[in-house]
Ligand binder design. Structure first.
Ligand code: ADP
Length: 404
């Protein structure tokens, strides 16, 4: 069985999936797993097609001290215990910078170009590149593909791509990139499948997870995003504030004497739903809480989604559909109901039964704007891109070397 290995590496975890390549290039998810607690309390967990457990085991810190070590343990487990040797690896890479508007087959030159974007995403890019580098060193003929969170938004017009700052900074790469692109691409493709006429029109997608953003799609292409230079902008998130007056950052530095790294930790880890509620960064806990600040955090989240919906509808000059996706968007009937209620001025109504059943179409029959719930699948998107590039690449070399 030919398989593709999808890798999403972070600072302390490596998430992975294995897809088998079926007839006519169809892909089927076979294994889903992750190595957590790298360098602290490493633990490998994995499950199969039906969710059946395949592994749940702890490792000593010394044997999984960093991401390359985690990759080698996961690769060894796949090869020796599960008897799977993928023919290619697809990686999630957060930043493709200004250059990469589509996935790319990796070689040393590509890695060198991607290293230049470490400064643009210091918390993610180095960890995304670590497994690429170690596989390139150990298995130079194994095809690897980089799939970018930024690529889907490279279709933006200049007015959506610039900040009103001196041009030199734009030339250096300070631009409104936008993120969650693999999720939006998947949703756009799925919508084209389930509602082809609507997908040709003006659509807002709300990716509401621990990280959250919204995207305006025109004919399936991204024309605006709520995220910008980094994944800090736009909607409030689990621990990130979303849109913030830069003057707040100046205040943190000048009055509270915070260093650049203090500010970074603060903005990525202490703000958002967590900071505002003082209760949790987890929407389930906030929705269940009676605490006043937890209620405010939920209200703020909904308020900012609806403000941004207005902005994106203005960018689109209309609205033909609204789509919810990611952890909160796919699961929280309460957040969906509140957002739909506040979008009533756009002609949105909700069918409460369809919403509580998590149906695909949850708008009322009288809604001027259909509202969909489309579960996202960024890993499948990565596997599809990897397979597409592989089919365009010489398959003989693809089959020469297999992952450890
Ligand atoms: P990420 O992939 O960015 O880590 P997810 O897309 O998995 O995030 O979303 C995580 C968020 O989804 C968390 O805030 C979690 O509370 C929320 N979530 C998951 N299930 C539910 C639910 N049933 N109701 C409300 N929120 C939920």
């Amino acid at each position: 069985m030919d398989t593709i290995f999808v890798v999403n590496a972070g600072s302390s975890s490596v998430k992975f999936q294995i897809f088998s390549i079926e007839g006519e290039g169809r892909l089927r998810r076979q294994i889903k797993g992750q190595m957590d607690g790298i360098g602290r309390r490493p633990r490998l967990r994995a499950s199969g097609v039906e969710g059946e457990p395949l592994a749940d085991r702890a490792y000593p810190i010394e044997s999984v001290s960093d991401v390359p070590a985690a990759m080698s343990v996961v690769g060894g487990w796949l090869r020796n215990e599960i008897r799977v040797s993928p023919i290619a690896v697809g990686h999630r890479v957060v930043h493709g910078g200004p250059d990469f508007s589509e996935p790319v087959l990796i070689d040393h030159g590509v890695v060198a170009r991607l290293e230049r974007f470490v400064a643009l995403a210091p918390l993610h890019q180095p960890h995304n590149l670590a497994p690429i580098r170690s596989l390139l060193a150990n298995f130079p003929k194994l095809p690897q593909v980089a799939c970018f969170d930024t690529a889907f938004h490279r279709t933006h017009d200049a007015v959506s791509d610039y900040y009103a700052i001196p041009y030199q900074l734009y030339a250096e790469g300070v631009r409104r990139y936008g993120f969650h692109g693999l999720s939006y691409e998947y949703v756009a493709k799925t919508l084209a499948h389930i509602a082809p006429e609507i997908a040709k029109g003006l659509v807002i997608v709300a990716h509401l997870g621990s990280g959250a953003s919204m995207c305006a799609l025109k004919g399936g292409r991204s024309v605006e995003s709520t995220m910008g230079f980094t994944a800090l902008d736009g909607l409030p998130m689990g621990t990130r504030p979303g849109q913030l007056d830069p003057g707040v950052v100046l205040y943190l530095i000048s009055e509270l004497k915070m260093s650049a790294s203090d500010v970074q930790k603060f903005l990525y880890g202490d703000c958002g739903l967590k900071g505002l509620s003082g209760v949790s960064n987890d929407m389930r806990e906030l929705e269940a809480s009676e605490d006043k600040r937890a209620k405010l955090a939920v209200e703020y989240f909904v308020h900012r989604i609806c403000l941004n919906a207005g902005m994106l509808a203005a960018a689109l000059q209309g609205l033909d559909a609204f789509v919810f996706t990611a952890g909160i968007g796919e699961n929280s009937t309460g957040i969906r109901a509140r957002v739909a209620d506040q979008l009533g001025w756009l002609g949105v109504t909700l069918d409460p039964t369809a919403n509580s059943r998590h149906a695909r179409l949850i708008s009322g029959s009288d809604s001027l704007v259909p509202v969909y719930v489309i579960p996202t699948d960024e890993e499948l998107m990565i596997a599809q891109h990897t397979l597409a590039l592989l089919m365009g690449a010489p398959t003989s070399s693809a089959r020469q070397e297999r992952v450890p």
